[in-house]
Design a binder for this molecule. Structure first.
Ligand code: FAQ
Length: 387
């Protein structure tokens, strides 16, 4: 494992060159806003985009501020740990060359890799419908969305690589089952309406979970998340739009939309992870400001947002206990079956085997592309060295 990232780089923390780089990175993430594109209002969606914009402004401010290092480099041990705590405590960003506790680095690799794998495996359920989209426009939208997911995977693998792991190592861990991907992608897409339900519910859950990650303490992850969240917002809106159209179509189309919502609701609630009392990583992740909210807090936020959107869609969420609780200002809801979540996570979901086999085949089929790119890069290096 590369040790370079562990070398203290506090010496450069206040330098203008470093600040320019961080400012530029923060600016690049701001180029793909899709706000205001929808035909009908999606309650709660613009609020999430405002939170992303606020996180982006915070990132720029953090890049512009001196983080308090004396600029002369710091020795080792306790001083480094104290400096790390100070940076995190002050809501500044830890950058790849900064010293960080080994458990912080490992925890980030675990979460970012799992997130990256989810984006890549997550292309499969909707990819299943690309060749059967009902119109050219729907096909173009779906193609764009599925390609975005590949892009998200790439940003995230790149963020993980800054922590001293290689992409090949991460792929190997995914294919051998040593790293996870989100439980949600082990469910099948049975009808065209499932594409809408994934966009509305799965991307909706993803964005509620991911907006706070834009304020994650690790700079590369936070910057990747800003761009991802803006794109997820488009994904959620396209799903909402698709279901909105079906819900106002023929009886069969409306029934198909309702059936898809019935099947995807509880698996979407389970995406937020086990209940807080059973979450192994939350306490430490929140102390390090990797996670900003607990699994249950985010699940509740998602229910509050989605219950209102369901009313606009005119579709029912399959929960008889669902109801607005005036005193708390939140919606009451039935928890998902966490036993099912654990079974799916441990490999026993409806499509686990199929998803990994497909990914392995795609990886093997792409070997010649990786080999060609590596051979070309080697040739360029030799030419450059000889020039
Ligand atoms: N699936 O201690 P916690 C998307 C595992 S992207 C599988 O609470 P933590 C975009 C967890 O890893 C969706 N495993 O864990 C899209 C841990 O096991 P470990 C992915 C799960 O990390 C849309 C154990 O259970 N999003 O949808 C799940 O604090 C449409 C104990 O759990 C992210 O990855 C689960 N649902 O909280 C793409 C967001 N839940 O590692 C295509 C970033 C828990 O010790 C189409 N990640 N586990 O072996 C996170 O926010 C967190 O990692 C959580 C879990 C909230 C997922």
């Amino acid at each position: 494992m590369a040790a370079a990232h562990r070398v203290a780089a506090i010496a450069v923390s206040g330098s203008p060159g470093r600040r320019d780089v961080l400012q530029n990175l923060a600016a690049v993430t701001g180029c793909c806003n899709t706000g205001g594109m929808e035909r009908q209002e999606v309650p709660g969606a613009s609020g999430l985009l405002s939170e992303v914009a606020a996180a982006e402004a915070e990132l720029r401010a953090a890049a512009d501020r001196d983080r308090g290092g004396d600029g002369a480099g710091v020795a080792a041990g306790d001083e480094l740990a104290a400096y790390f705590d100070e940076v995190v405590g002050a809501d500044q960003k830890i950058e790849p060359r900064d010293w960080m506790p080994e458990a912080y680095r490992k925890g980030l690799v675990r979460q970012i890799a799992q997130h990256a794998h989810s984006e890549i495996i997550g292309m499969q359920p909707e990819g299943n419908w690309l060749s059967r989209a009902p119109s050219l426009a729907r096909k173009a939208i779906l193609l764009a969305k599925v390609q975005d997911e590949a892009g998200h995977g790439l940003y995230l693998y790149a963020a993980a690589e800054t922590l001293g792991v290689s992409r090949a190592e991460l792929f190997d861990k995914l294919l051998s089952g040593r790293q996870k991907y989100s439980s949600i992608f082990n469910y099948p897409t049975l009808t065209w309406a499932d594409v809408g339900a994934i966009g509305w519910l799965v991307d909706g859950a993803a964005i509620v979970n991911q907006v706070p990650l834009c304020r994650c303490s690790y700079g590369p992850y936070a910057r990747a998340m800003i761009r991802i969240c803006k794109e997820e917002s488009f994904h959620q809106r396209q799903g909402f739009d698709l279901l909105y159209t079906l819900a106002r179509g023929t009886d069969e189309q409306r029934a198909m939309a309702q059936d898809a919502v019935d099947r995807w609701w509880y698996p979407s609630l389970a995406m937020f992870g086990p209940p807080d009392a059973e979450s192994t990583h939350s306490t430490q992740s929140m102390a390090w400001k990797i996670k900003r909210f607990s699994n249950d807090e985010l699940r509740q936020k998602f229910v509050d947002m989605t219950a209102q959107q369901a009313e606009v869609l005119g579709l029912n969420l399959p929960d008889e206990a669902l109801g607005y609780d005036q005193p708390s200002g939140h919606w009451r809801y039935t928890q998902p079956d966490f036993g099912e979540l654990m079974r799916v996570i441990s490999g026993d979901g409806p499509c686990n085997r199929q998803r990994i086999e497909h990914r392995r085949r795609a990886h093997d089929d792409g070997a010649w592309v990786r080999d060609s790119a590596a051979a070309y890069a080697a040739k360029q290096r030799t030419r450059k060295a000889a020039a």
